[in-house]
Ligand binder design. Structure first.
Ligand SMILES: C[S@@+](CC[C@H](N)C(=O)[O-])C[C@H]1O[C@@H](n2cnc3c(N)ncnc32)[C@H](O)[C@@H]1O
Length: 413
């Protein structure tokens, strides 16, 4: 039903419309069943007032929605990438089953706050368990990836499939400058691949009839497609030198999730700033614990997502520093304590691993197991669970007896 769908896309529903507009519930149900050509001007204005848009925008969006609903029935997105199909240090992919089970057994609630969401795989794993999600990470590339995968806005599968085919046939630069090729060609990508990636990124901004969701899907697809073939060991702190970089890039689409039944709010904020502004039943806390800065590790994806083309420096062509995490500095124990004390939640779930004493100093944890427990115990009763695990170490650090921990605190406030 068109009205119901439209209200859902705008994060509201028929009941709220009935209350806000003062229209009887039976009339609201009738409007929902009727063709939109039969709706009155007053009814359009009541919808516009509820969703805080003007009448013309509402009518245009309703027409789009009607067209797309039909279109989505007729066409399927030719997509290749799912949320987990990227390389990301510290992702919890291999621990999802264990984490989910612990959360299911030891907490109750209807809302889930993924405070340091990274790839977003934990929020995705918990999708069936909650109605309301808050997903946060301070990286630009992660934000656009969440908007693409977890977005509930409109998109036309047919339109995106056509654009994908056009992008796959791009052979040279037409409207792009050579920023991406000049900086990353023969480094993180072959010269030719870098030229095509730059051309596609510029073309995405030049397409003027994209919905916000389509725009996010195209950028996320470009990020996944570029990451898939990048000449790196899984992050962009450096590239593999002295290799003949082959042309391997192929633009493929990501597959958005079906989140129509869920309320999902996406943030790109510093965790400690956001903590006191939102509330949820469960907060999932998976911060960085060592000195490696995610914004520096994923700077190429950040630059491609943000696309404001700063001057880049050094061998790895890094942009000016931004989103430097306090969790990767000596101040980490204080920052963690501040976060925990400001969360408005019933349960806090923290993941941690025992990388205390590695040979590489960049892998050394900034917060100890003891400090985590001490902080959590200040706000409630904490249980600790553990599991042996093999971790990422880029070949430098030898980690025997590596263990993963999950702390679960029932907040007493
Ligand atoms: C260990 S990763 C999270 C991995 C995630 N749980 C997953 O499975 O993919 C930590 C994340 O915290 C983010 N981050 C670090 N400091 C932050 C801060 N102060 N505010 C918000 N996000 C931050 C990083 O960008 C990174 O994505």
């Amino acid at each position: 039903m068109l009205l119901e769908k439209y209200l859902k896309v705008n994060k509201t529903n028929l009941r709220q419309f009935h209350i806000a507009a003062g229209i009887p519930e039976t009339t609201v149900r009738n409007i929902n069943k009727r063709e939109m050509e039969k709706w009155t001007i007053a009814q359009f204005d009541a919808i516009a007032s509820l969703v805080e848009k003007d009448r013309k925008t509402v009518i245009n969006e309703l027409e789009e929605l009607r067209f797309h609903s039909q279109d989505q029935l007729n066409a399927q997105l030719e997509a290749r990438y799912n949320l987990e199909n990227r390389r990301y240090i510290g992702n919890k992919n291999k621990l999802l089953g264990w984490i989910k089970e612990l959360i299911e057994v030891h907490t109750v609630g209807t809302s889930f706050f993924d405070v340091f969401a990274g790839t977003g795989v934990v929020a995705r794993e918990m999708l069936d368990n909650y109605d309301h999600f808050i997903i946060n990470d301070f990286l630009y590339s992660n934000q656009i990836i969440y908007e693409a995968f977890f977005g509930s806005g409109l998109y036309s599968a047919e339109k995106l499939n056509t654009i994908k085919d056009e992008f796959q046939s791009i052979k040279d630069r037409k409207i792009d400058d050579n920023y991406f090729e000049k900086n990353y060609g023969n480094r993180f990508f072959s010269k030719n691949d870098a030229r095509i990636i730059g051309e596609i990124r510029t073309t995405i901004e030049s397409i003027d009839n994209l919905t916000e969701h389509e725009h996010a899907i195209l950028i996320a697809s470009l990020l996944y497609s570029a990451d898939k073939i990048a000449n790196t060991v899984g992050h962009y702190d450096a590239y593999r030198k002295k290799v003949d970089i082959k042309d391997r890039f192929l633009f493929e689409l990501i597959l958005p999730m079906d989140v129509r039944e869920k309320r999902i709010v996406i943030h790109r904020e510093d965790s400690n700033v956001l903590a006191s502004k939102v509330s949820a039943d469960i907060a999932f806390i998976d911060p960085p614990y060592n000195s490696r800065q995610y914004s520096r590790f994923y700077h190429v994806l950040e630059n491609l997502a943000k696309w404001d083309k700063p001057t880049l420096v050094g061998t790895a062509r890094k942009p000016p520093a931004e989103n430097i995490s306090e969790y990767s500095k000596c101040s980490a124990p204080c920052i963690f304590d501040d976060l925990i004390s400001n969360l408005n939640v019933k349960y806090i779930v923290v993941t941690y691993n025992n990388t205390y004493n590695p040979k590489s100093s960049s892998s050394k944890n900034k917060i100890t197991h003891c400090e985590i427990l001490e902080t959590l115990n200040k706000v409630g009763k904490t249980e600790v669970f553990e599991k042996p695990f093999k971790c990422f170490n880029a070949g430098k650090t030898e980690l025997k007896d590596h263990r993963e921990f999950v702390f679960i605190t029932e907040v007493e406030k």
